[in-house]
Design a binder for this molecule. Structure first.
Ligand code: ZN
Length: 604
């Protein structure tokens, strides 16, 4: 469910040699706006052809589309590097307005991995980044002694209930994929830090944290504050899940106290636990009584009709229908005769109205949810289309994902009745609420500490508080401290377990996912409040409420033109990202979990 927009492409790991020579003097502030206007126009124009090349490459993979996408990608990278360096020279010019400073900062932080201008450094960084990513892509673990690739092992971690197999898969994946990356990753960190310093940042992590309309350290404190709010709920879920795992596997595999064994949670990284819902589901109330996939099939839905239903949700809020080109140009089903990237994404090809989705839609519940999510990206893109290039983005990188997820939260039984999918008499009663909420929490609440610690580790690595000879220990310490999990076997510094998670070798900042998990509930609660909803929050549907749609649109159409607290306020009335709405949503579940946990010594 990644989104691909013009700006998102900029944040990929891009590194090449800058084409302009360093200027020795600080240019006058009066030139800054002229520079920004020029840069925006050039980047806008370039993005148009780039987007078409990328679209072809994703929907028709062959040597030619690879070559075209690489050609335009290299041009974009050079452009981004040049503008970042030029923007850095303006940073201290006297007399800059707040908005000009903000636009300059956007250019300075557009690269995820900046290379220094030292001869050869850019090539070196580029080759390290490429080899790390390709090592991950080719990575294999083993199952019963046989090699198994990344996507298959990921699926098997979700379905296997054999602790020996789980351990084998976990250990082989981390040893084979992570460990060999250590040296390359260490070098990559040092080169990227030198690049970040040239752009005026203390280190690469500080540069990443500078994208949030506040000083880098304040942003780190904000994430700690949010975590402190939601941690008690996580602890309750951890305690309950540990009990259920203990009941299933027994003390030798999972004791009923201390941390949870990382490979037992249905996911290679223990980041989402929904795959083991069958182990934790409460008897009798765990089953909802319907499956969206079955309902879709029974009503004769095909993928197009599913997307029409998604569009219908947004239309009911007052958003204008998708353009005809959406239907003509989107890839909604997998083409039969060529290779494509099936991973769902939402696109805006012309930064105007040429919005599309790319999916290999199947008629099932997951894809029905994904459609609502992806369309959220498209409606966001269309809403902010009238801004200059740098503002064609979400208010911060957590917002874009949160919009789609917040709308997907609205696929409640009540909504399914309103669109004629579910019979009104089949709406599950309040007695099923705990099952509904627990299933959600196993993914959304379980994810929170993981979403936070990935960059906690990386921020420490970049600022040097985590030294290379402690990479593994620091990783395991954070996993234990935040998630309350431990590896199934002991680890030492010959391992490099962070490398076994895609976003580390892939160099994708991760805090956005933590923010999105929290923000989506904040949006949802605001919408339900505006709709006058009186019942339990998780049952609320604001389908058909045009006032909510209008208010939502005021936030969406701001794009990245204002600091994110302004955008958040426009829709929710609040200026702070907070976990309170998430806690309100799960309040009945938390109460229930605490009853189940009575007499247990929770924590780890
Ligand atoms: Zn998405």
């Amino acid at each position: 469910m990644k989104m691909l927009a013009s700006m998102a492409a900029l944040s990929a790991a891009l590194v090449v040699s800058p084409a302009v020579a360093q200027q020795e003097t600080t240019p006058p502030a009066t030139n800054a706006n002229a520079f920004l206007d020029k840069a925006e126009k050039a980047m806008f124009d370039q993005s148009l052809v780039q987007n078409h090349a990328d679209w072809i490459n994703a929907t028709y993979i062959n040597d030619d589309s690879d070559a075209l996408a690489a050609y335009f990608g290299a041009i974009r990278t050079r452009m981004t590097v040049d503008y970042a360096l030029e923007a850095a020279k303006f940073a201290d010019a006297p007399g800059l307005s707040a908005e000009t400073k903000r636009r300059l900062l956007m250019l300075r932080t557009a690269l995820t991995l900046p290379a220094p201008t030292t001869p050869g450094a850019a090539d070196e960084l580029n080759s390290l980044a490429t080899s790390l990513q390709s090592a991950y892509g080719k990575g294999k673990g083993t199952l019963r002694g046989q090699p198994i690739n990344g996507s298959d092992i990921e699926a098997a971690m979700g379905t296997s209930r054999n602790p020996d197999e789980l351990k084998e898969m976990w250990v082989s994946w981390h040893d084979n994929v992570g460990a060999p990356m250590r040296q390359d990753y260490t070098e990559l960190v040092s080169i990227a830090n030198a690049g970040a310093k040239e752009l005026g940042f203390a280190d690469t992590g500080a540069m990443w944290r500078s994208k949030y309309d506040m000083p880098a350290d304040d942003f780190a404190k904000l994430t700690d504050r949010i975590w402190a709010e939601v941690k008690p709920l996580y602890n309750d879920l951890h305690c309950y899940t540990r009990t259920k795992l203990n009941e299933k596997y027994g003390n030798p595999v999972q004791p009923d106290n201390g941390p949870i064994r990382a490979d037992l949670l249905g996911n290679m990284w223990a980041q989402e636990w929904g795959n083991i819902y069958d182990i934790v589901a409460p008897k009798g109330i765990g089953d909802l009584g319907y499956d969206i996939g079955d309902l879709l099939t029974a009503r004769g839905y095909d993928p197009i009709k599913m997307v029409k239903a998604g569009e219908g949700f947004y239309s009911s809020l007052g958003f204008k229908p998708l353009p005809q080109t959406f239907w003509d140009r989107s890839q909604i089903v997998k083409p039969r005769d060529r290779d494509v990237v099936c991973h769902a994404s939402a696109w805006d090809l012309d930064n105007k109205d040429d919005i599309r989705i790319k999916m290999c839609t199947k008629v099932n519940s997951d894809d029905f949810v994904t459609i609502h999510h992806e369309l959220g990206h498209n409606y966001y893109q269309r809403a902010y289309q009238n801004h200059p290039y740098l503002y064609l983005d979400g208010a911060n990188d957590g917002f874009h994902e949160a919009i789609g997820d917040f709308v997907a939260l609205s696929i409640t039984p009540d909504y399914l009745v309103k669109i004629g999918l579910l019979d009104a008499t089949k709406v599950p009663g309040a007695d099923k609420d705990m099952g509904l909420l627990l299933r959600q929490a196993m993914d959304k609440v379980a994810f929170l500490p993981f979403g936070l610690l990935i960059d906690k580790w990386r921020w420490g690595v970049f600022d040097g508080t985590i030294a290379p000879d402690h990479y593994e220990q620091a990783w395991n310490d954070l996993r234990r401290q935040y998630q309350g999990i431990v590896p199934p076997v002991s680890r030492d510094e010959t391992a490099f377990d962070p490398g076994a998670k895609f976003h580390i070798p892939g160099n994708t900042p991760y805090t956005r996912y933590f923010l999105a998990r929290v923000l989506q509930f904040q949006f949802y609660e605001a919408a339900c409040r505006q709709a006058g909803w009186k019942g339990p929050l998780h049952r609320c549907s604001f389908y058909g409420n045009k006032a909510v749609g209008q208010k939502l649109n005021t936030m969406l159409e701001m794009g990245a033109s204002k600091p994110w607290p302004d955008a958040l306020q426009a829709f929710t009335g609040q200026r702070d990202i907070s976990g309170k709405a998430l806690l309100a949503y799960f309040a009945p579940l938390q109460k229930w979990l605490q009853e189940q946990n009575k007499g247990k010594s929770c924590g780890w």
